[in-house]
Design a protein around this ligand. Structure first.
Ligand code: AMP
Ligand code: ZN
Length: 441
């Protein structure tokens, strides 16, 4: 890759609109060709009466139905593969547990292309080989860890693969090794500030930090500014999802006026989540992506359920890759807490198993101090409620543990009197989100 002073990959970053769209079409056709060898796509094309060889423009893709997480979950994930399983070198999985997880398979070329994309993002914001990069994201199935790790090494920065948690040690590492760049979940950045305070330290004077990448969960502009002011850094929004690769799908440039979607690698559509028609340019809708540079497991018209809009006009940085707004919310009921995706159905399933009957429940998300907290209020049957306190406590502990195993976050479970939660009329409001910083505007 030949970098100039500001661009990691000037050939791709500085493409004009026409050339970019020509490249997209060429890559789309190649992708469709690949898909014809996957058992899933063979059936998918057939049932939609869609002939991939007849795609002559990007707009022709609107003749193919969209897919989403449910499509991925519905059966053996290897049926999406367009290469023999032996060519796969890595898998990742979206947060959530076995029942809910979706799997993404990568070939060596996919891993290479992904690292290139994230390197492009990091370099764009000013990361160089002289930097020390502390990656405070979970390593493992979650893509935030390894996705940035390989990219930073590619740039030649020194990586501290700190992983998530262990706050005091994180601060110690930052100070001992003069960390200049961090990758951190925004709600955790808030919490870490408290730990700095407990240690009598101010991150602005007590560290060498200059850049923070914040992502993996919705957050407000106000939270970004707070992180920038309190840490003395430039904070850049990073958007991605496991199914597309992970981080590296869309990223802010120094202009901080929306996130550039790397359109050489992804075809982006913004659709009305109900009608699945394209919304007017600049209107909010659901992001739908098609991979253009994925070998092992290409995804076509994948519904993210993330709501955002495309910023009109061109960016002052000169890149024509379209910019999306912050993620404004979801078109389904998934929520993200401490970087982990949770569906209310997962909670419901655990409650159903533990209590043997469906019961009214409510999930309340709140910020206590600077920590996000998930409370689960569950109505218990009259005889249990009137029974022994010891029994209720045992049940509460059991539900807490089972929920922890299912959603990977430890909730505060409260058993409440039957009839005390508002009864749902029609679609019950299961989740009440009181967290200020988690609203994406
Ligand atoms: P995962 O596949 O587990 O990494 O989760 C991907 C989901 O995390 C996306 O579909 C979004 O809902 C959310 N997400 C990732 N990055 C951001 C971001 N920068 N802002 C808001 N939500 C995000
Ligand atoms: Zn820009």
């Amino acid at each position: 890759m030949s970098a100039d002073v500001e661009h990691w990959n000037p050939d791709m970053e500085l493409l004009g609109r026409e050339d970019l769209e020509a490249l997209q079409l060429e890559r789309l056709r190649k992708t469709l060709q690949r898909c014809t060898s996957s058992p899933f796509y063979q059936a998918w094309f057939r049932s939609a009466d869609f002939d991939p060889r007849k795609v002559g423009s990007l707009a022709d893709m609107s003749n193919l139905p969209c897919m989403d997480k449910d499509t991925l979950r519905d059966g053996d994930p290897t049926r999406f593969l367009t290469v023999p399983l032996d060519d796969i070198v890595r898998m990742h999985s979206s947060s959530g547990t076995t029942g809910q997880a979706t799997v993404t398979f990568h070939t060596a070329a996919d891993i290479e292309a992904w690292a290139e994309l994230v390197a492009r993002c990091m370099y764009m914001t000013g990361v160089r080989r002289t930097d020390v990069f502390q990656n405070m994201m979970g390593y493992g199935l979650f893509t935030g860890g390894l996705g940035f790790h390989y990219a930073a090494e590619r740039i030649g920065a020194m990586v501290i693969p700190a992983g998530s948690g262990n706050s005091r040690r994180q601060i110690q590492l930052m100070r001992d090794f003069h960390t200049t760049v961090v990758h951190i979940i925004p709600s955790y950045a808030l919490y870490l500030l408290e730990v700095f305070g407990e240690l009598g330290l101010d991150p602005r004077t007590g560290t060498d930090l200059r850049i923070a990448f914040i992502g993996a969960e919705p957050h407000t502009e106000a939270l970004r500014q707070r992180i920038e002011e309190t840490y003395g850094v430039d904070a850049y929004n990073s958007y991605g999802l496991t199914e597309m690769c992970g981080p590296g799908v869309a990223f802010e440039c120094p202009a901080k006026q929306g996130m550039h979607v790397w359109e050489d690698s992804f075809l982006v559509e913004v659709l009305d989540p109900v009608t699945l028609e394209l919304v007017e340019e600049g209107e909010e809708g659901e992001l739908v992506f098609t991979t253009l540079n994925r070998e092992g497991m290409p995804l076509l018209r994948y519904r993210t359920h993330d709501l955002a809009s495309v910023h009109p006009g061109e960016c002052s940085c000169g890149r024509v890759h379209r910019r999306i707004s912050r993620i404004k919310g979801r078109s389904d009921d998934m929520f993200i807490i401490k970087g982990v995706n949770v569906f209310p159905m997962q909670v419901e399933r655990v409650l159903l198993e533990a209590l043997g009957v469906g019961s009214n429940y409510r999930i309340v998300l709140d910020t206590v101090g600077s920590m996000d907290e998930m409370r689960v209020l569950v109505e218990v049957a009259g005889e249990l409620w009137r029974g022994e306190v010891r029994e209720l406590n045992r049940l509460r502990r059991k539900i807490t543990e089972e929920l922890r195993q299912e959603v990977l976050v430890t909730p505060l479970v409260e058993l409440v009197e039957p009839g005390s939660l508002p009864a749902g009329e029609g679609k019950a409001v299961r989740v009440v989100d009181k967290r200020e910083h988690a609203r994406g505007d």
